[in-house]
Write a protein that binds this ligand. Sequence first.
Ligand code: DAH
Length: 337
Amino acid sequence: MTLAELENAKAQSLREIAAATDAAAVEALRVKYIGRNGSIPALIKAMKDVPKEERPAFGKAVQAWRAEAEGALAAKSSEAKCSPKTVETDLTLPGRWWKLGVKHPLSRIIEETAEIFARLGFTVADGPELENRFNNFTALNTPEHHPSQDRTDTFWFGDDCLLRTQTSPVQIRTMMANKPPIRVICPGRTFRRDTTDATHSANFHQIEGLYVDTKSVSLADLKSVLAYFAREMMGDGVTVRFRPHFFPFTEPSVEVDFTCHVCKGKGCGVCKQSGWIEVAGAGMVDPRVFGHVGYDAEKVSGYAFGFGAERIAMIKYGIPDIRWLYENDVRFLNQLG
Ligand code: DAH
C-alpha cells in the first residue's frame, strides 16, 4: 500500500465511522479497523515489506490513522449510548416483576372473622382507642375497686380517660346508639400495662361480638355461632367447649376453647396434651349492662364474646412468639403470604 492509498483508506474509514448510527455499527467498525485482525494491525504487521526509506513516514501515517480512528470510535460509541435512537423496545423481553406485599396476619384474621360473621348477619362496629371510664368499666358492670381499673393495669390519662383495655366498650357505644336487634363484631386495638414477653404485649387486638334481641337469646345460640366460627376459621373437625368463668359484664360467663387444630383433640405439644386451646371469653349479657345503656332487661336478652386476634393468628399460623407480629420482619411476614 502506498502512502496515498493509505490516506484514502483512512478517509474512507473515518467516513464510515462518522456514518455509524448505533452501538452495534460502532463495534463492527472497531473490529474492522483496529480489532486484532483489523486493517490497521494488518498494516503494522506488513511494515517489514515497505521499502526502508519509506518506513518512518509510513509508520507515522499508520499510527496517526490508528489514533484518529480510535478517537472517532470512542466519540461515536458514547454518542450512540446516549442517543435515544438506540433505545429500542424489545417486545420479546419478559415483563418487569414488581414484588407484591402480603397482608399482615392480624389484618387477615380480622378480615376473615368479619367475613365469617357477615354470613351470620353481623356487621362491623368501630369505637375509639381512647375511652372513658363509663364505657370501658362502669357500664360493663365493673366496679371501681376491680383490679383492672388499677393504675398499674390500665393506661390512664387523668380520672376519666384511658386507653381501652378491651373492645367491650364498643358494645356499650353500639347499644346506646341503636335499638335491638343488634348483631355486631368490633375488631380493634386494646392496651394493658403488661410487660411484653412471648405471649403478652402492652398493645394487642381483640375481636368483640354482640347479639341482642327482643326474642329470647340463649347460651345454645352463642355456642352454635362460635362452633360455626371455629370450623370456618380453623378447619373441619374443630369445635368449641365452654368452661365456667367470671366476667363482670356477662352472666353466666364462660371461657371458650377450640379443639386443638393440630391434633384434633387427641393431645399434643401445641395444646399441652389437653386437646383444647383457650381462645375467648363469652357469656350472656348481664342485665345490669342493659340497665346502663337504657334497655329494659326484662324485654331483651343477648350474648357477647371477645377473642384475642393475636391468639387466633398464633394458633392458626403456628406463631410461637407474639412479638413476631409487631416486628415487621418481611422474612417472617412473607412466609404467611
Ligand atoms: N373483654 C374480655 C377480656 O378482655 C373478653 C370478653 C369476655 C368479652 C366475655 C366479652 C365477653 O364480650 O362476653 O378479657
